[in-house]
Design a binder for this molecule. Structure first.
Ligand code: PG9
Length: 619
Protein backbone atom coordinates (compact mmCIF):
# COMPACT_ATOMS: atom_id res chain seq x y z
CA UNK A 1 0.00 0.00 0.00
CA UNK A 2 2.72 2.44 1.05
CA UNK A 3 4.85 1.61 -1.97
CA UNK A 4 1.92 2.15 -4.28
CA UNK A 5 1.26 5.62 -2.80
CA UNK A 6 4.85 6.76 -2.98
CA UNK A 7 6.05 5.45 -6.27
CA UNK A 8 4.38 7.89 -8.70
CA UNK A 9 5.27 11.03 -6.77
CA UNK A 10 8.89 9.91 -6.25
CA UNK A 11 9.20 9.42 -9.94
CA UNK A 12 7.87 12.92 -10.58
CA UNK A 13 10.17 14.46 -8.00
CA UNK A 14 13.35 12.99 -9.43
CA UNK A 15 16.10 15.57 -9.59
CA UNK A 16 18.09 15.46 -12.79
CA UNK A 17 21.69 14.43 -12.27
CA UNK A 18 22.98 17.70 -13.71
CA UNK A 19 20.74 20.05 -11.73
CA UNK A 20 23.17 22.67 -10.31
CA UNK A 21 23.67 21.80 -6.64
CA UNK A 22 24.03 25.25 -5.16
CA UNK A 23 21.02 26.86 -3.52
CA UNK A 24 20.80 30.66 -3.63
CA UNK A 25 18.64 31.20 -0.58
CA UNK A 26 18.12 28.84 2.32
CA UNK A 27 16.42 30.36 5.31
CA UNK A 28 17.54 28.24 8.25
CA UNK A 29 14.77 29.66 10.43
CA UNK A 30 12.02 27.06 10.10
CA UNK A 31 8.32 27.20 10.83
CA UNK A 32 8.82 25.43 14.15
CA UNK A 33 11.26 28.11 15.42
CA UNK A 34 10.22 29.73 18.70
CA UNK A 35 11.51 33.08 17.49
CA UNK A 36 11.33 35.68 14.76
CA UNK A 37 14.70 36.75 13.30
CA UNK A 38 14.76 39.64 10.83
CA UNK A 39 17.75 41.06 8.97
CA UNK A 40 17.39 44.67 7.89
CA UNK A 41 19.56 47.45 6.47
CA UNK A 42 18.94 50.64 8.45
CA UNK A 43 19.73 53.93 6.67
CA UNK A 44 21.84 56.50 8.50
CA UNK A 45 21.62 60.28 7.91
CA UNK A 46 24.45 60.15 5.33
CA UNK A 47 22.74 57.39 3.33
CA UNK A 48 24.99 54.61 4.63
CA UNK A 49 23.02 51.49 5.55
CA UNK A 50 23.86 49.43 8.63
CA UNK A 51 23.17 45.71 8.83
CA UNK A 52 20.92 44.96 11.78
CA UNK A 53 19.43 41.75 13.14
CA UNK A 54 16.21 41.87 15.15
CA UNK A 55 15.34 38.81 17.25
CA UNK A 56 12.39 38.17 19.54
CA UNK A 57 10.24 35.32 20.76
CA UNK A 58 7.22 34.62 18.59
CA UNK A 59 4.18 36.44 19.91
CA UNK A 60 6.15 39.33 21.46
CA UNK A 61 4.00 42.41 21.90
CA UNK A 62 4.94 45.85 23.27
CA UNK A 63 8.44 44.56 23.85
CA UNK A 64 11.27 46.85 24.89
CA UNK A 65 14.25 46.88 22.53
CA UNK A 66 17.71 46.02 23.82
CA UNK A 67 20.30 47.20 21.30
CA UNK A 68 23.99 46.36 20.89
CA UNK A 69 26.22 47.93 18.26
CA UNK A 70 29.12 45.62 17.47
CA UNK A 71 32.29 45.33 15.38
CA UNK A 72 32.17 41.54 15.89
CA UNK A 73 29.58 40.42 13.31
CA UNK A 74 25.95 40.91 14.22
CA UNK A 75 25.01 37.94 12.05
CA UNK A 76 27.22 35.58 14.02
CA UNK A 77 26.20 37.11 17.35
CA UNK A 78 22.59 36.18 16.62
CA UNK A 79 23.42 32.72 15.32
CA UNK A 80 25.53 31.28 18.14
CA UNK A 81 24.16 27.85 17.43
CA UNK A 82 22.13 26.92 14.36
CA UNK A 83 18.86 26.20 16.14
CA UNK A 84 15.13 26.81 16.21
CA UNK A 85 15.37 27.88 19.87
CA UNK A 86 15.94 31.52 20.72
CA UNK A 87 18.15 30.74 23.72
CA UNK A 88 20.45 28.76 21.47
CA UNK A 89 20.90 31.30 18.71
CA UNK A 90 21.53 34.30 20.97
CA UNK A 91 24.42 34.85 23.39
CA UNK A 92 23.71 33.14 26.70
CA UNK A 93 23.39 36.46 28.53
CA UNK A 94 20.34 37.35 26.42
CA UNK A 95 18.16 34.52 27.71
CA UNK A 96 16.69 36.34 30.71
CA UNK A 97 15.70 39.24 28.49
CA UNK A 98 14.12 37.55 25.48
CA UNK A 99 12.31 35.13 27.78
CA UNK A 100 10.61 38.13 29.32
CA UNK A 101 9.42 39.89 26.21
CA UNK A 102 12.50 41.87 25.16
CA UNK A 103 13.39 42.37 21.51
CA UNK A 104 17.12 41.86 21.03
CA UNK A 105 18.84 43.87 18.32
CA UNK A 106 22.44 43.59 17.14
CA UNK A 107 23.92 45.90 14.55
CA UNK A 108 27.23 45.88 12.68
CA UNK A 109 28.99 49.22 13.13
CA UNK A 110 29.66 51.13 9.92
CA UNK A 111 32.29 49.59 7.71
CA UNK A 112 32.32 46.15 9.35
CA UNK A 113 30.36 42.91 8.90
CA UNK A 114 27.57 43.48 6.45
CA UNK A 115 27.27 47.21 7.13
CA UNK A 116 28.19 49.80 4.54
CA UNK A 117 30.56 52.71 5.02
CA UNK A 118 34.11 53.40 6.13
CA UNK A 119 35.46 51.72 9.22
CA UNK A 120 37.52 53.80 11.62
CA UNK A 121 38.71 52.08 14.81
CA UNK A 122 36.61 53.34 17.75
CA UNK A 123 35.56 56.18 15.41
CA UNK A 124 36.09 59.47 17.25
CA UNK A 125 33.18 61.80 17.84
CA UNK A 126 32.53 64.55 15.27
CA UNK A 127 34.97 67.33 16.11
CA UNK A 128 38.69 67.91 15.90
CA UNK A 129 39.47 64.28 15.00
CA UNK A 130 36.42 63.59 12.84
CA UNK A 131 35.42 66.07 10.16
CA UNK A 132 32.59 63.88 8.82
CA UNK A 133 28.98 64.31 9.86
CA UNK A 134 28.68 60.87 11.40
CA UNK A 135 29.97 59.00 14.43
CA UNK A 136 28.68 56.37 16.85
CA UNK A 137 26.46 58.94 18.54
CA UNK A 138 24.64 59.79 15.30
CA UNK A 139 24.55 56.17 14.14
CA UNK A 140 23.00 55.11 17.46
CA UNK A 141 20.50 57.96 17.21
CA UNK A 142 19.50 57.12 13.64
CA UNK A 143 19.25 53.42 14.46
CA UNK A 144 17.01 54.00 17.46
CA UNK A 145 14.87 56.38 15.43
CA UNK A 146 14.35 53.73 12.77
CA UNK A 147 13.75 50.89 15.24
CA UNK A 148 10.98 52.63 17.15
CA UNK A 149 9.23 53.41 13.86
CA UNK A 150 9.70 50.06 12.11
CA UNK A 151 9.44 47.33 14.73
CA UNK A 152 5.71 46.96 15.32
CA UNK A 153 6.23 44.53 18.21
CA UNK A 154 8.07 47.19 20.26
CA UNK A 155 6.78 49.57 22.90
CA UNK A 156 9.01 52.36 21.59
CA UNK A 157 11.52 52.21 24.43
CA UNK A 158 15.14 51.31 23.83
CA UNK A 159 18.05 50.30 26.06
CA UNK A 160 21.64 49.86 24.95
CA UNK A 161 24.24 47.45 26.29
CA UNK A 162 27.30 45.40 25.42
CA UNK A 163 30.81 44.78 26.61
CA UNK A 164 34.15 46.25 25.63
CA UNK A 165 33.89 47.69 22.10
CA UNK A 166 30.14 47.31 22.52
CA UNK A 167 30.50 49.10 25.85
CA UNK A 168 32.21 51.92 23.99
CA UNK A 169 29.39 52.14 21.43
CA UNK A 170 26.88 52.05 24.32
CA UNK A 171 28.60 55.08 25.91
CA UNK A 172 28.72 56.95 22.60
CA UNK A 173 24.92 56.61 22.33
CA UNK A 174 24.73 58.83 25.43
CA UNK A 175 26.07 61.82 23.49
CA UNK A 176 22.96 63.79 22.43
CA UNK A 177 20.85 60.67 22.93
CA UNK A 178 17.64 59.85 21.05
CA UNK A 179 14.60 60.51 23.28
CA UNK A 180 13.59 56.84 23.01
CA UNK A 181 16.89 55.76 24.60
CA UNK A 182 15.75 55.17 28.17
CA UNK A 183 18.63 53.26 29.82
CA UNK A 184 22.20 52.11 29.19
CA UNK A 185 24.35 49.34 30.63
CA UNK A 186 27.88 49.79 29.20
CA UNK A 187 30.01 46.84 30.31
CA UNK A 188 33.84 47.05 30.42
CA UNK A 189 33.68 49.95 27.99
CA UNK A 190 36.81 50.94 26.12
CA UNK A 191 37.13 54.54 27.28
CA UNK A 192 40.74 55.66 27.17
CA UNK A 193 43.00 53.51 25.00
CA UNK A 194 46.11 55.22 26.27
CA UNK A 195 45.74 55.54 30.02
CA UNK A 196 44.34 52.17 30.93
CA UNK A 197 42.26 50.36 28.33
CA UNK A 198 43.21 48.27 25.32
CA UNK A 199 46.18 49.81 23.53
CA UNK A 200 48.46 51.26 26.22
CA UNK A 201 48.55 51.33 30.02
CA UNK A 202 50.13 54.50 31.40
CA UNK A 203 52.11 54.76 28.18
CA UNK A 204 53.37 51.14 27.97
CA UNK A 205 52.25 49.53 24.70
CA UNK A 206 50.26 46.29 24.72
CA UNK A 207 51.75 44.25 21.90
CA UNK A 208 48.79 41.88 21.27
CA UNK A 209 47.03 45.03 19.99
CA UNK A 210 48.64 44.36 16.62
CA UNK A 211 46.81 41.05 16.28
CA UNK A 212 43.58 42.77 17.14
CA UNK A 213 44.14 45.52 14.58
CA UNK A 214 44.74 43.02 11.81
CA UNK A 215 41.82 40.84 12.83
CA UNK A 216 39.59 43.90 12.83
CA UNK A 217 40.76 45.74 9.75
CA UNK A 218 42.15 43.20 7.26
CA UNK A 219 39.32 43.13 4.74
CA UNK A 220 39.90 39.59 3.53
CA UNK A 221 40.10 38.29 7.07
CA UNK A 222 43.77 37.59 6.48
CA UNK A 223 44.89 37.95 10.11
CA UNK A 224 46.30 37.20 12.58
CA UNK A 225 49.94 38.29 12.39
CA UNK A 226 51.86 35.32 10.89
CA UNK A 227 54.61 35.08 13.47
CA UNK A 228 54.42 31.34 14.04
CA UNK A 229 53.49 29.02 16.84
CA UNK A 230 56.58 29.13 19.05
CA UNK A 231 56.98 30.76 22.46
CA UNK A 232 55.79 34.35 21.95
CA UNK A 233 58.36 35.44 24.53
CA UNK A 234 61.10 34.34 22.13
CA UNK A 235 59.38 35.68 19.00
CA UNK A 236 58.76 39.16 20.36
CA UNK A 237 62.21 39.34 21.95
CA UNK A 238 63.87 38.42 18.67
CA UNK A 239 61.87 41.05 16.79
CA UNK A 240 63.28 44.01 18.80
CA UNK A 241 61.00 46.97 19.45
CA UNK A 242 57.24 46.70 18.95
CA UNK A 243 57.79 48.88 15.87
CA UNK A 244 60.35 46.41 14.52
CA UNK A 245 57.86 43.61 15.11
CA UNK A 246 55.19 45.55 13.20
CA UNK A 247 57.53 46.27 10.32
CA UNK A 248 58.79 42.67 10.16
CA UNK A 249 55.28 41.26 9.76
CA UNK A 250 53.72 44.02 7.66
CA UNK A 251 51.52 45.30 10.46
CA UNK A 252 52.70 48.82 9.61
CA UNK A 253 50.59 48.60 6.43
CA UNK A 254 47.52 48.96 8.66
CA UNK A 255 46.51 52.59 9.23
CA UNK A 256 45.42 52.06 12.81
CA UNK A 257 48.72 50.35 13.67
CA UNK A 258 50.48 53.39 12.24
CA UNK A 259 48.26 55.69 14.31
CA UNK A 260 49.27 53.74 17.43
CA UNK A 261 52.96 54.04 16.56
CA UNK A 262 52.69 57.73 15.63
CA UNK A 263 51.06 58.63 18.94
CA UNK A 264 53.14 56.99 21.68
CA UNK A 265 52.41 59.81 24.16
CA UNK A 266 49.12 61.14 25.52
CA UNK A 267 48.72 63.82 22.89
CA UNK A 268 45.52 65.42 21.57
CA UNK A 269 44.82 62.33 19.46
CA UNK A 270 44.19 60.36 22.66
CA UNK A 271 42.88 63.12 24.86
CA UNK A 272 40.19 64.15 22.41
CA UNK A 273 38.75 60.67 22.10
CA UNK A 274 38.81 59.78 25.80
CA UNK A 275 35.15 58.99 26.39
CA UNK A 276 35.15 59.95 30.08
CA UNK A 277 36.33 63.44 29.12
CA UNK A 278 33.75 63.69 26.30
CA UNK A 279 30.89 62.66 28.56
CA UNK A 280 31.98 64.87 31.45
CA UNK A 281 31.34 67.90 29.22
CA UNK A 282 27.71 66.83 28.65
CA UNK A 283 24.66 66.39 30.80
CA UNK A 284 23.83 62.81 31.67
CA UNK A 285 20.16 62.37 30.77
CA UNK A 286 19.90 58.60 30.41
CA UNK A 287 19.99 56.34 33.51
CA UNK A 288 23.25 54.42 33.18
CA UNK A 289 24.69 51.38 34.92
CA UNK A 290 28.44 50.96 34.38
CA UNK A 291 29.85 47.47 34.75
CA UNK A 292 33.39 46.08 34.96
CA UNK A 293 35.23 42.99 36.12
CA UNK A 294 37.67 43.25 39.00
CA UNK A 295 40.18 41.23 37.00
CA UNK A 296 39.39 42.72 33.60
CA UNK A 297 42.47 42.02 31.50
CA UNK A 298 41.47 44.43 28.70
CA UNK A 299 39.39 47.36 29.88
CA UNK A 300 39.69 47.74 33.64
CA UNK A 301 40.04 51.51 33.43
CA UNK A 302 37.00 52.72 31.51
CA UNK A 303 33.93 52.04 33.66
CA UNK A 304 35.30 53.48 36.93
CA UNK A 305 36.76 56.46 35.01
CA UNK A 306 33.36 57.30 33.50
CA UNK A 307 31.75 56.81 36.90
CA UNK A 308 34.22 59.26 38.45
CA UNK A 309 33.72 61.77 35.63
CA UNK A 310 29.90 61.73 35.75
CA UNK A 311 29.13 61.11 39.40
CA UNK A 312 29.30 64.81 40.36
CA UNK A 313 26.24 65.34 38.10
CA UNK A 314 24.27 62.61 39.83
CA UNK A 315 22.91 64.84 42.58
CA UNK A 316 20.23 62.40 43.77
CA UNK A 317 22.47 59.36 43.33
CA UNK A 318 19.89 57.70 41.10
CA UNK A 319 21.03 58.24 37.49
CA UNK A 320 24.39 56.54 37.52
CA UNK A 321 25.46 53.29 39.11
CA UNK A 322 28.62 51.20 39.13
CA UNK A 323 28.95 47.43 39.33
CA UNK A 324 32.25 45.60 39.85
CA UNK A 325 32.01 41.82 39.72
CA UNK A 326 34.62 39.09 40.23
CA UNK A 327 35.07 38.73 36.50
CA UNK A 328 37.59 38.66 33.72
CA UNK A 329 36.98 40.89 30.67
CA UNK A 330 33.33 40.48 29.59
CA UNK A 331 32.95 37.67 32.15
CA UNK A 332 29.68 39.32 33.20
CA UNK A 333 28.04 37.76 30.16
CA UNK A 334 29.16 34.20 30.86
CA UNK A 335 29.15 31.72 33.71
CA UNK A 336 30.60 33.66 36.62
CA UNK A 337 30.99 30.75 39.05
CA UNK A 338 34.78 30.78 38.90
CA UNK A 339 37.83 32.49 37.50
CA UNK A 340 41.03 30.49 37.21
CA UNK A 341 41.47 28.75 40.57
CA UNK A 342 38.96 31.02 42.30
CA UNK A 343 35.46 29.73 42.95
CA UNK A 344 32.66 32.14 43.86
CA UNK A 345 29.32 31.67 45.57
CA UNK A 346 27.30 30.60 42.55
CA UNK A 347 27.09 32.04 39.05
CA UNK A 348 27.87 35.71 39.76
CA UNK A 349 27.26 36.64 36.10
CA UNK A 350 23.74 35.26 36.16
CA UNK A 351 23.12 36.74 39.62
CA UNK A 352 24.02 40.18 38.34
CA UNK A 353 22.09 39.95 35.10
CA UNK A 354 18.97 38.50 36.71
CA UNK A 355 18.89 40.39 40.00
CA UNK A 356 20.39 43.78 39.11
CA UNK A 357 20.72 44.49 35.40
CA UNK A 358 17.32 43.22 34.32
CA UNK A 359 15.26 44.93 37.05
CA UNK A 360 17.15 48.15 36.25
CA UNK A 361 16.35 47.88 32.53
CA UNK A 362 12.78 46.75 33.26
CA UNK A 363 12.17 49.88 35.31
CA UNK A 364 12.98 52.16 32.41
CA UNK A 365 12.00 50.03 29.43
CA UNK A 366 9.00 47.91 30.29
CA UNK A 367 5.46 49.20 30.43
CA UNK A 368 4.35 49.58 34.04
CA UNK A 369 7.37 47.86 35.55
CA UNK A 370 8.04 48.51 39.24
CA UNK A 371 10.91 50.71 40.36
CA UNK A 372 14.04 48.62 40.74
CA UNK A 373 16.02 48.53 43.91
CA UNK A 374 19.25 49.54 42.15
CA UNK A 375 22.09 50.31 44.57
CA UNK A 376 24.31 53.26 43.55
CA UNK A 377 27.28 50.89 43.76
CA UNK A 378 27.27 47.11 43.76
CA UNK A 379 30.55 45.26 44.14
CA UNK A 380 31.55 41.73 44.97
CA UNK A 381 33.80 41.38 48.00
CA UNK A 382 36.25 38.76 46.80
CA UNK A 383 37.90 36.87 49.63
CA UNK A 384 34.52 36.77 51.37
CA UNK A 385 32.50 36.03 48.23
CA UNK A 386 29.47 38.20 48.77
CA UNK A 387 27.78 41.06 46.93
CA UNK A 388 27.94 44.38 48.70
CA UNK A 389 25.80 47.47 48.05
CA UNK A 390 27.22 50.88 48.91
CA UNK A 391 26.17 54.45 48.25
CA UNK A 392 29.50 55.64 46.86
CA UNK A 393 32.69 54.56 45.16
CA UNK A 394 35.30 54.34 46.44
CA UNK A 395 33.43 53.09 49.49
CA UNK A 396 33.71 55.32 52.53
CA UNK A 397 36.94 54.52 54.29
CA UNK A 398 40.48 55.71 54.78
CA UNK A 399 43.26 55.48 52.21
CA UNK A 400 46.06 53.98 54.27
CA UNK A 401 49.66 53.65 53.13
CA UNK A 402 51.16 50.19 53.35
CA UNK A 403 54.89 50.94 53.40
CA UNK A 404 57.77 48.98 51.95
CA UNK A 405 60.25 48.17 54.69
CA UNK A 406 63.83 47.00 55.16
CA UNK A 407 64.22 43.22 54.93
CA UNK A 408 61.46 43.05 52.29
CA UNK A 409 58.75 43.66 54.87
CA UNK A 410 55.55 45.66 54.58
CA UNK A 411 53.93 47.59 57.37
CA UNK A 412 51.32 50.26 58.06
CA UNK A 413 54.04 52.07 60.09
CA UNK A 414 56.23 54.45 58.10
CA UNK A 415 59.90 53.45 57.90
CA UNK A 416 62.14 55.38 60.30
CA UNK A 417 65.58 54.46 58.96
CA UNK A 418 67.38 55.04 55.65
CA UNK A 419 66.94 52.16 53.25
CA UNK A 420 66.62 51.02 49.70
CA UNK A 421 66.78 47.86 47.60
CA UNK A 422 68.13 47.45 44.11
CA UNK A 423 67.77 45.06 41.19
CA UNK A 424 69.08 44.91 37.66
CA UNK A 425 66.45 45.08 34.97
CA UNK A 426 67.86 43.57 31.79
CA UNK A 427 65.80 44.15 28.61
CA UNK A 428 67.41 41.00 27.20
CA UNK A 429 65.67 39.00 29.96
CA UNK A 430 62.35 40.73 30.60
CA UNK A 431 60.01 39.35 33.28
CA UNK A 432 57.33 37.20 31.64
CA UNK A 433 53.72 38.09 32.46
CA UNK A 434 52.63 34.43 32.59
CA UNK A 435 54.73 31.26 32.77
CA UNK A 436 56.57 30.36 29.57
CA UNK A 437 56.08 29.13 26.92
CA UNK A 438 53.69 31.99 26.22
CA UNK A 439 50.99 31.89 23.59
CA UNK A 440 49.21 35.21 23.63
CA UNK A 441 46.39 33.83 21.51
CA UNK A 442 45.61 31.03 23.96
CA UNK A 443 42.32 32.27 25.38
CA UNK A 444 42.54 29.87 28.32
CA UNK A 445 45.70 31.64 29.45
CA UNK A 446 44.70 35.16 28.45
CA UNK A 447 41.27 35.33 30.06
CA UNK A 448 42.30 34.49 33.66
CA UNK A 449 45.89 35.77 33.52
CA UNK A 450 45.25 38.52 36.08
CA UNK A 451 44.60 35.89 38.76
CA UNK A 452 47.63 33.75 37.93
CA UNK A 453 49.87 32.61 40.77
CA UNK A 454 52.83 34.99 40.98
CA UNK A 455 55.18 32.41 42.53
CA UNK A 456 56.55 31.78 39.06
CA UNK A 457 58.45 35.08 39.24
CA UNK A 458 58.75 35.74 42.98
CA UNK A 459 62.24 34.30 43.16
CA UNK A 460 63.67 36.19 40.20
CA UNK A 461 66.39 38.62 41.22
CA UNK A 462 64.72 41.35 39.13
CA UNK A 463 61.43 41.06 41.02
CA UNK A 464 61.33 42.53 44.53
CA UNK A 465 58.70 41.00 46.82
CA UNK A 466 57.73 42.80 50.04
CA UNK A 467 55.37 40.99 52.38
CA UNK A 468 53.54 41.46 55.69
CA UNK A 469 53.50 38.87 58.47
CA UNK A 470 50.30 36.77 58.53
CA UNK A 471 47.39 39.12 59.24
CA UNK A 472 45.79 38.99 62.72
CA UNK A 473 42.60 40.52 61.41
CA UNK A 474 41.00 40.86 57.98
CA UNK A 475 42.00 43.85 55.83
CA UNK A 476 39.11 44.96 53.62
CA UNK A 477 39.78 47.30 50.69
CA UNK A 478 37.19 48.89 48.39
CA UNK A 479 38.47 51.29 45.75
CA UNK A 480 41.58 51.69 43.62
CA UNK A 481 44.84 51.11 45.57
CA UNK A 482 47.31 53.90 44.71
CA UNK A 483 50.96 53.27 44.02
CA UNK A 484 53.31 55.83 45.60
CA UNK A 485 56.75 54.66 44.55
CA UNK A 486 60.08 56.40 45.15
CA UNK A 487 62.52 54.96 42.66
CA UNK A 488 65.65 55.75 40.68
CA UNK A 489 67.17 54.14 37.62
CA UNK A 490 70.71 54.16 36.30
CA UNK A 491 69.22 54.45 32.81
CA UNK A 492 67.34 57.37 31.28
CA UNK A 493 63.91 55.72 30.94
CA UNK A 494 62.24 52.88 32.79
CA UNK A 495 59.01 51.00 33.31
CA UNK A 496 57.67 50.32 36.79
CA UNK A 497 55.33 47.43 37.42
CA UNK A 498 53.62 47.14 40.80
CA UNK A 499 51.47 44.21 41.95
CA UNK A 500 49.28 43.96 45.03
CA UNK A 501 49.04 40.30 46.01
CA UNK A 502 47.05 38.22 48.49
CA UNK A 503 49.31 35.43 49.73
CA UNK A 504 47.35 32.40 50.91
CA UNK A 505 48.63 30.33 53.85
CA UNK A 506 50.84 27.39 52.89
CA UNK A 507 48.48 24.98 54.59
CA UNK A 508 45.14 24.92 52.75
CA UNK A 509 44.21 21.29 52.65
CA UNK A 510 40.57 22.20 51.97
CA UNK A 511 41.64 24.04 48.80
CA UNK A 512 44.97 22.50 47.84
CA UNK A 513 45.24 24.54 44.65
CA UNK A 514 45.27 27.69 46.77
CA UNK A 515 47.99 26.57 49.20
CA UNK A 516 50.63 29.30 49.24
CA UNK A 517 48.98 30.91 46.20
CA UNK A 518 50.07 34.44 45.36
CA UNK A 519 46.84 35.92 44.03
CA UNK A 520 47.20 39.27 42.25
CA UNK A 521 44.56 41.74 43.42
CA UNK A 522 45.90 44.40 41.08
CA UNK A 523 48.74 44.66 38.56
CA UNK A 524 49.66 47.84 36.73
CA UNK A 525 52.52 49.28 34.69
CA UNK A 526 53.78 52.85 34.35
CA UNK A 527 56.20 54.17 31.76
CA UNK A 528 58.71 56.33 33.65
CA UNK A 529 59.23 58.94 30.93
CA UNK A 530 55.76 60.31 31.74
CA UNK A 531 56.45 61.07 35.41
CA UNK A 532 56.10 64.81 34.72
CA UNK A 533 52.95 64.47 32.60
CA UNK A 534 51.46 61.97 30.19
CA UNK A 535 51.77 64.57 27.43
CA UNK A 536 55.33 65.50 28.47
CA UNK A 537 57.65 62.56 27.92
CA UNK A 538 61.20 63.25 28.99
CA UNK A 539 64.45 61.51 29.80
CA UNK A 540 64.89 60.45 33.41
CA UNK A 541 68.05 61.69 35.10
CA UNK A 542 70.15 58.64 35.97
CA UNK A 543 70.24 58.15 39.74
CA UNK A 544 67.60 60.79 40.48
CA UNK A 545 64.79 59.61 42.74
CA UNK A 546 61.36 60.25 41.26
CA UNK A 547 57.96 59.76 42.85
CA UNK A 548 55.72 57.61 40.65
CA UNK A 549 52.03 57.74 41.47
CA UNK A 550 49.46 55.63 39.65
CA UNK A 551 46.33 53.67 40.35
CA UNK A 552 45.83 49.92 40.43
CA UNK A 553 42.48 48.58 39.20
CA UNK A 554 39.36 49.16 41.31
CA UNK A 555 38.63 46.24 43.61
CA UNK A 556 36.60 45.09 46.57
CA UNK A 557 38.71 42.50 48.34
CA UNK A 558 39.10 41.08 51.79
CA UNK A 559 42.55 39.82 52.81
CA UNK A 560 41.57 37.16 55.32
CA UNK A 561 43.22 36.62 58.72
CA UNK A 562 46.24 34.35 58.32
CA UNK A 563 46.86 35.60 54.78
CA UNK A 564 49.74 37.95 54.00
CA UNK A 565 49.75 41.03 51.80
CA UNK A 566 52.54 41.23 49.24
CA UNK A 567 53.74 44.01 46.96
CA UNK A 568 55.98 43.15 44.04
CA UNK A 569 58.02 45.64 42.03
CA UNK A 570 59.63 44.86 38.68
CA UNK A 571 60.38 46.66 35.41
CA UNK A 572 58.82 44.58 32.64
CA UNK A 573 55.74 42.47 31.91
CA UNK A 574 56.62 40.79 28.66
CA UNK A 575 55.54 40.25 25.92
CA UNK A 576 52.17 41.70 26.92
CA UNK A 577 53.90 45.09 27.15
CA UNK A 578 56.70 46.19 24.87
CA UNK A 579 60.11 46.50 26.53
CA UNK A 580 61.38 49.84 27.69
CA UNK A 581 64.91 50.20 26.22
CA UNK A 582 65.89 51.96 29.46
CA UNK A 583 67.67 54.55 27.33
CA UNK A 584 65.49 57.52 26.46
CA UNK A 585 64.56 57.65 22.79
CA UNK A 586 61.85 59.95 21.41
CA UNK A 587 59.61 57.09 20.24
CA UNK A 588 60.09 53.58 21.68
CA UNK A 589 58.46 52.05 18.59
CA UNK A 590 61.65 53.14 16.80
CA UNK A 591 64.18 52.08 19.46
CA UNK A 592 67.28 50.39 18.04
CA UNK A 593 68.92 47.24 19.42
CA UNK A 594 71.75 49.29 20.93
CA UNK A 595 69.27 51.38 22.95
CA UNK A 596 68.23 48.36 25.04
CA UNK A 597 70.52 48.39 28.10
CA UNK A 598 70.45 46.81 31.54
CA UNK A 599 69.74 49.32 34.31
CA UNK A 600 70.05 49.22 38.07
CA UNK A 601 66.72 50.09 39.63
CA UNK A 602 66.61 51.36 43.22
CA UNK A 603 63.46 51.36 45.33
CA UNK A 604 63.50 53.59 48.43
CA UNK A 605 61.85 52.95 51.78
CA UNK A 606 63.01 55.72 54.07
CA UNK A 607 61.68 58.92 55.66
CA UNK A 608 60.79 61.42 52.94
CA UNK A 609 61.03 58.71 50.31
CA UNK A 610 58.77 56.07 51.76
CA UNK A 611 57.44 53.90 48.96
CA UNK A 612 53.96 52.59 49.63
CA UNK A 613 50.73 51.40 48.14
CA UNK A 614 47.79 53.34 49.57
CA UNK A 615 45.06 50.86 50.36
CA UNK A 616 41.42 52.06 50.31
CA UNK A 617 40.65 50.41 53.64
CA UNK A 618 37.03 50.20 54.76
CA UNK A 619 35.82 49.29 58.24
N1 PG9 B 1 38.90 44.87 24.42
C1 PG9 B 1 38.41 44.79 23.06
C2 PG9 B 1 38.54 46.12 22.35
C3 PG9 B 1 37.65 47.16 22.55
C4 PG9 B 1 37.87 48.35 21.87
C5 PG9 B 1 38.94 48.51 21.06
C6 PG9 B 1 39.80 47.46 20.91
C7 PG9 B 1 39.64 46.27 21.53
C8 PG9 B 1 37.06 44.13 23.05
O1 PG9 B 1 36.93 43.13 23.76
O2 PG9 B 1 36.15 44.49 22.33
Amino acid sequence: MLAAMCAPSMALAQTAAMTPDTVKVYDPVRAQADYVRREVMIPMRDGTKLFTVIVMRKGTKRGPILLSRTPYDAGRATWRNPSQKIEEILPIADAEFVNDGYIRVYQDVRGLGKSEGDYVMTRPLRGPLNATKVDHATDAYDTIDWLVKHVPESNGKVGITGSSYLGFTSLMALVDPHPALKAAVPQSPMVDGWIGDDWFHNGAFRQPSFDYVIGQTAKAGSGPVPYGSGDDYVTYLAAGSAGDFARAYGVDAFPFARKLMEHPAYDSYWQEQAVDKLLARRKLTVPTMLVVGQWDQEDSYGAPAVYKALEPQDKNNDMLSLVIGPWRHSGVNYDGSSLGVLAFDGDTGLQFRRDTMKPFLDQYLKDEAPKANTPPVLTYATGENRWQATSAWPATGTPTPLYLQAGFGLSFKAPSAQGHDAYVSDPAKPVPFVPRPIHLRDADVWKPWLVSDQRFVSDRTDVLSYVTPPLDAAVHIAGAPMVDLFAATSGSDSDWVVKLIDVYPEEQSAHPKLAGYQLPIGIEIYRGRYVHGFDKPGALTPGKVENYKFGLPNVNHVFAPGHRIMIQVQSSLFPLYDRNPQTYVPNIFNAKAADYKPATQTIFHEPGQASAVWLPIVP
